[in-house]
Structures are given as C-alpha cells and as structure tokens.
Design a protein around this ligand. Sequence first.
Ligand code: BJW
Ligand code: ZN
Length: 255
Amino acid sequence: MTAMINDTGEANNRIATAATLLRHARRVAVLTGAGVSAESGVPTFRGSDGLWEGHRIDEVATPMAFRDDPRLVWRFYNLRRANLRTVQPNPGHFALAELEQRFAGEHFTLVTQNVDSLHRRAGSQRVLELHGNLSRTRCMQCHAIEDRGLDELGELPHCPHCNGLLRPDIVWFHEALPAATWEEAALMTSLCDVFLVVGTSAVVYPAAGLIVAAKRSGAKVIEINLAETDASYHADVRLTGPSGALLPGLLKAIG
Ligand code: BJW
Ligand code: ZN
C-alpha cells in the first residue's frame, strides 16, 4: 500500500516537473509516434500486435516490396485505410491541440511520424508529417499526388490521368523524407526549449535523431510512453503510462 502511494506521489511529482518546464517554455516541439494513436484503435508497428499477416513492417514498407508485389503492399495499406474510417482522435490528440493554443504561432510545432491525420482531425494546426499521409496517393509514372481521403481505391489502383500504377504517398524504408518538412522539423527542434516525445519507440531514423538534436541544442526532453524506449536515456522527465490519460493530465497540471 505504502509503495503504491509512493509510486503515485512520484508520478505526480514528475507530472508537476514536466508541467513547470512547459509553463516556462517559450518554444515547444513535439515528436509523436504510433503510440499516441493506439488508444484510438490504430495498431502500432512494433511489439506484440506489430505484425501484419506474418510480415514485419520492414517487409512491406519498402520500395523493393512494392516493386516485387504491389498487390500485397496495397492490401496492407487498404486495410489500414479501412481501419482509419472507423477511428477518432483520442484525448491525447486533443490535449496536444489544446497545448498548441497556449503558444504563439510558430512557437509550437508538432512533428509526427504518423500517417493517420488524427492530429489535424483533433485540431492541431502546425503539423509536420515526416512519413507522409495514408489518404494521399502518388503516381509512379506522372508523379501526381492526390488526396483521395479514405475512399475505397481497389486492390491495385491506377492513375486517373495517365493510368500509371499508384502508390501510397508515404515514406518507406530507404526513402528520403520530404525535404522541406524535414528541414522545418530540424529547425524547430533546434530552436525549442522543451521537446516532448510521445508514443514512439524512437528506433526509426532520421526522426529519432531529432531527440538527440533537441538535447544537444539545450532543450529539456520530456518523454511520454507506456514503456522504456531508445528515447528514455535522453529524457529529463519520463512519464510512464498511456498518452490518452497523461497528456490531458499534463495539460491540467500546466493550468
Ligand atoms: C504508447 C501507447 C500509449 C503504445 N501511450 N505510448 C541502421 C541504423 C540506423 C538507421 C538505419 C539503419 N538501417 C536502415 C536505416 C534507416 C532507416 C531506419 O531508421 N531503420 C531502423 C529501423 C534501423 N530509415 C529509413 O530508411 C528512412 N529513410 C532514410 O533513412 O533515407 C535515407 C535516404 C536519404 C536520401 C535519399 C534516399 C534515402 C525512412 C524511414 C521511413 C519509416 N517508415 C515507416 C512506415 C511508413 C509509414 C506507414 O506505413 O505507416 O514509418 S516505418 C514505421 O516506423 C512508420 C512509423 O512512422 C515508424 C516509427 O514507428 P513508431 O511510431 O515509433 O511506432 P512503434 O510501433 O515502433 O512504437 C510505438 C510506441 O508507442 C512504443 O514505444 C509503445 O511503447 C508506445 N505506446 N501505446 C503511450 N497508449
Ligand atoms: Zn499518373
């Protein structure tokens, strides 16, 4: 019983410390990963539910996999697009959108590895999508990019303009991140005084490199995750638990 009270006391202390850092911050950057959408019902990539039909993410999310078996890769993405029709932003997404309102213009930047649009749907304004977006397609032939929403695309969609094969407009392993988005994320990371890392295993680069970059530029790093990650070593404050509960709690503690 005593241990439980102490644990709760310690957790509250950490939230208070994180809240103080955010209250005094002039500039904040946030990096989110799949964990922030887990409570909405969007599966994460790694861990027990991280497999898809026996394939690892690095077996389907590569340009080589798409070249070899575009039908298989589209099946993966069509299932994920179908899942997105059923999900809603959770209190964690909404808390981040509300946190942004407390900062002027570009003093708050949300950098996400997620491709599910849930941050925007929750009202976040300055969102930098490092790994693209599931609602967009890109033509392999004429390179036209189109927002197709979450419409049914068929098992092997082709371009309405040139009939070339379409691919999801997302960033696969071995592909470069969108240059302007990446540069903006790196700049905002170097300028922030608090860097909040939420729901990412921090194993995929270059996104995970932002955490060390923030630290090197003098920012305080706050991590919110269910578990210890590769980011934990760099964190000044670690809040352990679901982001859908911790982020609203943090917002409340900021006051
Ligand atoms: C909760 C929670 C709750 C759960 N509350 N928390 C060797 C060393 C270093 C680098 C490399 C290397 N070999 C290859 C590379 C490079 C490679 C890389 O990083 N690989 C590593 C895996 C080793 N990177 C690339 O290839 C990148 N490109 C590149 O480097 O280009 C070079 C280049 C330059 C110039 C020209 C050409 C090329 C591209 C990376 C693209 C990643 N894409 C993916 C898939 C596409 C999008 C999609 O299909 O959706 O993006 S991979 C996948 O991982 C996806 C995610 O955005 C990304 C990160 O995953 P994330 O978000 O961290 O999710 P999980 O599942 O890993 O973690 C979830 C976390 O949430 C866990 O910690 C849970 O505990 C937690 N959690 N519930 C709070 N309720
Ligand atoms: Zn085309």
